[in-house]
Every structure is written in C-alpha cells, then in structure tokens.
Design a protein around this ligand. Sequence first.
Ligand code: ZN
Ligand code: ZN
Length: 296
Amino acid sequence: MCRTDLHIVDGELSEPKLPLVPGHQIVGTVVAIGGKVTGFSEGQRVGIPWLGSTCGTCSFCTSARENLCLSARFTGYHVDGGFAQFAAADARFAFPLPADFSDLQVAPLLCGGLIGYRAFRMAGPDARRIGFYGFGSAAHILAQVCRYQGKDVYAFTRPGDDSAKDLALRLGSSWAGDSGQRPPVPLDAAIIFAPDGALVPLALQAVDRGGAVICAGIHMSDIPSFPYDILWEERSVRSVANLTRADATEFLALAPKVPVRTEIEVFSLGRVNEALTRLRAGKITGSAVIDLSTLS
Ligand SMILES: [Zn+2]
Ligand SMILES: [Zn+2]
C-alpha cells in the first residue's frame, strides 16, 4: 500500500478509472501469458509498479523521460491494480524480482523504493546530509540506501510520532525530530514524502546554500507563501513524478546489495480498508502490505 492509493480512494486525484481496483506495488506469480509476450514464464515471480504503460513515441518517451509520458497509464489508477487475487499487466512494464526478498518484504520496494530512489537521486551524488520529511514506507527504505552510501540521515516526523522516530534511529539516522524543528546541522538536500505543503518552507530553511528540496508525493496541500530569502543562495525546489523502467531496473539491482530490509505491517486482503484507515491516521510504521493469499 502506498500513500497514492489513499489519495485515489479519498478522491484527491482527478482521473481514476471507476470502478477501480487500487494497488500499484503488486507481487505475484505469472499464471497466464499473452501470445506476444517474451521473457516471462508461467510460475515466475514478477513485480508490477505504478508505471503501467507509456506511448513510446512522445517527446518524453524518446528522451529517457517516460515517467512524464503524455499518455502514460498508471496501475491502480487508469487500469485495475493489485488489491485483488488476480491482475493483468503489460509485460513490458513488469519486472523480475530479486530472490533475496520474500513476497511481502519486496512489495514496498515497488513504489516507496522505486519512486523514493528517483527522488533520492535528484538530491545529487554529492549530497551527504539528507533530510526526510515523513518517515514512512519510502523514507525507511531510502534511509538504508543512504547509510549504505555513507550519507547521513535526518528524519522529520509528525510531532509525537515516536515509533517513526524510533525506526529512523534504529536504521542509523543521525537525528530524528518533529517536522517543525530545525536539524542540528544544515542539510544538503531534503526530500518531502508527507503530503503537506507547509513543509516546503520548513525544508527550505533546513537546507544549506545550494541545497535542494525535493517533493516526492503525487499530491500535496497548498504551499504557503514564503520570503524569497529562504530560496535565495541557489536553493531549489522541485518535484519528482512517477518512475521510468530504468529506475526500476537500477533500484531492484541495488536493493539486495544494501541489503534493504523493509519494516512491514501485514493485512489480509479482507482488511484492506482498515489498512487505508491506519495509513490515513499516520499509524503505520514502515510499510503496510496486503497479503493477497488471505481474505480474513
Ligand atoms: Zn505509490
Ligand atoms: Zn510517451
């Protein structure tokens, strides 16, 4: 389960196919293959992420930016997704998964990991002190990648969210505090995963000269106005949208090397609404995962 599923269910994104089966971090076993599909076999485990299909011909697709494709179709949004026992997918956008992970442990890599990793790379290779605003599914995966690459992690959580702070520190973060607090040192980059626009000026004040603030969610509340002073000195604000297949290939090869260990809370398929409610309330530590093999 991803926060985007919640935005879709809550009507905050404007173009879902309805009725719709949400879910875009699908782990499953191939049970049938279309006649033109190559490269997969029945019984093989595959992952199906958010990028469901692209046109392949627009200016974005032909410039290694298929994440911005004008005709992209997204899993669990434009096409039925994974909160179900069976799903159909375009094989060109499905991925073999690293064997080191169980089905439940690997699922959060497919969006929190992949799109989180795209946001992380936007921070630039030289960024050493990285802040995460919102320490949930994506940040807890990315924190492990940061530590693997020798970077320092600063975790900002909702005030009072001690379990997220505990998780951040357990994963090697240098500091964990409330989102309104300043970090003990200026950051080189901050990635905002929480859908709260008020975090943008806070993050700008937490980054050093030349620092980047990267908004990694698909939906965010309005950003309040702020003085130019906090953007001055070559600070930047940008967003990250979706993923490319190259992002997926790169991250799925990296994750077993770290190795990433996902912290998951498992719900049966019959309890998917309860999982959404807990995610909405900020009560999930790590990632919520739906076990499609159990209904109750
Ligand atoms: Zn997602
Ligand atoms: Zn395209």
